[in-house]
Design a protein around this ligand. Structure first.
Ligand code: ADP
Ligand code: MG
Length: 633
């Protein structure tokens, strides 16, 4: 056999490392992530990141972690060199962020790297200089305990990769994004970021809530609701979901405020994000994404983190259980808050008189709301629309028992009777904080209502005025009724004097068959026929004259809704029915109709948002009006 028969050969280390680097180190941001993860694994409580030239010139990470010995600094840049796992069993229960022993080797193969490190009990540190294809230089150095890693001229020896880097702005944005995720994953660690010589931020070690406030601002944090949910998993371990979620009205068009960690590791998971969003169901428009910052804590044996070179995807042992648990956690928080805002009574900042508890609360809530106002374009309405203080008097007596108080997004107390909070007066006075109690239909009858442009109902309230979107309000009412009819089986149908025959296209006939059971429960007594259907009864809320279209409309709406909403058949049917059967903008209403609508709205579970997530009620308080008229109240 001649030598030319041997085509296969083992690649030299440096090339093998460069190939591995292709997976681990894709851009400066990946280097930052790997180095900061190493610092966290080393137990650092402070991490400083200095970026120059968007990381292409220099990335410098400084930590006060445990440092390395002379022997370890020599091994660290070698492939598969790690202190974090030893055996195959260790791989099945990883508790550190790193474990592959590849990052430093990969980085050293595509950049000039300097490592300076000193353990706390060592007298001096060690410095290693590494350059691809050169033997490393190691020498003693003087330094504080901890580790510095300097990565210079990233990809200087891999021009193809360097060419693929984006503009400095884009590369820096990736770095900043990753830093933010890491900072949210470990609020107990101080994070400092410099871009060239400019300090971007210095985040002190703190609670998660305060870290969120430090990054996104206090006003954002104040709109969050706390999640803390635990449930048992098979094998006796526990799953715990903690963090914060946003109120639906602060949802964004983008997913930029969604952060997920698993046992403190920044991860991305479409499944879990979907679980969160699905818990918001009809509170959100499908193109809106709620903010969330959540951590899933579970036994490391129940999850495989070794499925992705950059380790940000994970595989759960039992992903269905996790999915439903996350959904439950979020839904639980939403219902606990009854979608009320996280009202925070910041006693430290108040000059309000202390003599009256009620007085204080209301004054404070409007103060807070004005501050809020300055930071958002049209916020006051969306904030106030859900004030439990405003709505309680109108809600049915069962709800009157639950007044929740929140601080830092945490439920402080619950169950104060509204009787104690609201005093009855017949005439709402301009400056009085006393609330008019409108707890029954009679008082509603004496509340002034009128219709604006055949679109909105204007209602005078104890605290100002409220505007109700008549279509959205009716939609919410019908949606809940339809759902109830289907789930509880009460007869919502109304018989027609003469059955109606309608023609349905083929695909609608198939859909009708598929949904027949639930459509019947909804109150449509329909009989499929070869050319369409015979309708014998329709839900009581179908408007006179609309009987014929009602079923066709329902099927059509269901078809388009079910494409974008992944909820249950009944949910989608109820939402479709509500949407099509509701009164529209442009329909004029009598006083009785308006009274009924307002009354029915307040007996729904969620009078604040329509099934598509749009607001139903906006309130303008007297304080707001006074402010706009330049009067000081
Ligand atoms: P991994 O993190 O997967 O173990 P790395 O290549 O990222 O692999 O790092 C190799 C080893 O170098 C680590 O296991 C750790 O022992 C050591 N190391 C790296 N960075 C630091 C640091 N900042 N402080 C202390 N030790 C470090
Ligand atoms: Mg590592």
């Amino acid at each position: 056999m001649s030598n030319t028969d041997k085509e296969i050969h083992i690649l030299p280390d440096v090339i093998a490392n460069q190939i591995a680097a292709g997976e681990v180190v894709q851009r400066p941001e990946s280097v930052v992530k790997e180095l900061v993860e190493n610092s966290l694994d080393a137990g650092a409580s402070e991490i400083i990141v200095i970026v120059r030239g968007a990381g292409k010139q220099l990335l410098h990470v400084i930590d006060n972690g445990k440092g390395m010995s002379r022997a370890d600094i020599e091994l660290a840049p070698q492939r598969h060199a790690t202190s974090k796992i030893t055996t195959a069993e260790d791989l099945a229960r990883i508790t550190t962020l790193g474990f592959r022993g590849e990052a430093l080797a990969s980085i050293c193969s595509v950049a000039q790297v300097e490592i300076r490190t000193r353990r706390h009990h060592d007298e001096h540190g060690w410095r290693l200089l590494s350059e691809p294809l050169q033997p490393p230089i190691i020498e003693p150095c003087s330094m504080q305990p901890g580790t510095h890693i300097l990565v210079r001229n990233l990809f200087y020896n891999v021009p193809a990769r360097r060419k693929f880097l984006r503009s400095d702005l884009t590369e820096f944005r990736h770095i900043a994004d990753t830093m933010m995720r890491l900072a949210l994953s470990r609020p107990d660690v101080r994070f400092v970021l410099y871009d060239d010589d400019t300090l971007q931020y210095d985040l002190a070690a703190t609670s998660l809530y305060q870290r969120i406030a430090d990054i996104f601002g206090r006003h954002f944090a104040e709109t969050l609701m706390r999640v803390d949910h635990a449930e048992p998993l098979a094998h006796g371990s526990e799953l715990r979901i903690t963090g914060y979620i946003g109120q639906p009205q602060f949802a964004k068009r983008s997913k930029s405020e969604q952060f997920l960690t698993m046992n403190g590791r920044v991860i991305s998971s479409r499944q879990i994000s979907h679980a969160v969003i699905s818990a918001y169901e009809h509170l959100l428009d499908q193109s809106n994404y709620p903010p969330f910052i959540l951590n899933i804590a579970l036994d490391p044996e129940r999850v495989d983190v070794n499925i992705h070179p950059q380790k940000h995807e994970v595989k759960f042992d039992d992903d269905r259980t996790i999915y439903t648990a996350v959904r439950r956690a979020v839904a639980g928080t939403l219902s606990l808050h009854n979608l009320a805002p996280s009202v925070q009574f910041d006693t430290a900042n108040t000059q309000a008189p202390q003599h009256d508890h009620v007085h204080e609360r209301i004054v404070l809530s409007s103060r807070r709301f004005e501050q809020h106002d300055m930071h958002r374009a049209s916020p006051s309405f969306s904030y106030r629309q859900q004030s439990p203080i405003f709505f309680h008097p109108l809600r049915p007596s069962v709800h009157e028992q639950s007044t929740a108080h929140f601080k830092d997004g945490t439920l402080l107390e619950q169950g104060t009777s509204t009787q104690a909070l609201f005093k009855t007066t017949n005439i709402p006075s301009m400056h009085s904080i006393e609330q008019q109690t409108v707890s029954s239909a009679q008082s509603l009858a004496s509340t002034p209502l009128w219709q604006l442009h055949a679109k909105y109902i204007v209602m005078s309230t104890a605290d100002g005025i409220a505007l109700i979107d008549q279509h959205a309000a009716h939609e919410r009412i019908l949606y809940e009724r339809a759902l109830k009819a289907m789930n509880e089986g009460w007869n919502y149908g109304q018989d027609l004097l003469f059955p109606i025959h309608i023609h349905l296209p083929h695909h609608d006939r198939a859909l009708l068959q598929e949904l027949l059971d639930d459509i019947r429960r909804l109150g449509f007594d329909v009989l499929p026929t070869p050319e369409g259907a015979e309708i014998r009864s329709v839900p009581a809320d179908v408007r006179t004259g609309q009987e014929e279209e009602s079923l066709r409309d329902l099927l059509e709406q269901y078809r388009s809704l079910s494409e974008v909403r992944h909820t249950s058949i009944r949910d989608n049917l109820a939402a479709s029915f509500g949407c099509r059967a509701a009164i529209r903008s442009g329909d004029s209403l009598t006083l009785e109709e308006m009274q009924r609508l307002v009354h029915d709205l307040y007996t729904t579970h969620m009078p604040y948002t329509c099934p598509h997530g749009r607001p139903i009620i906006l309130e303008i308080s007297l304080e707001e009006l006074d402010r706009r008229f330049g009067r000081s109240s």
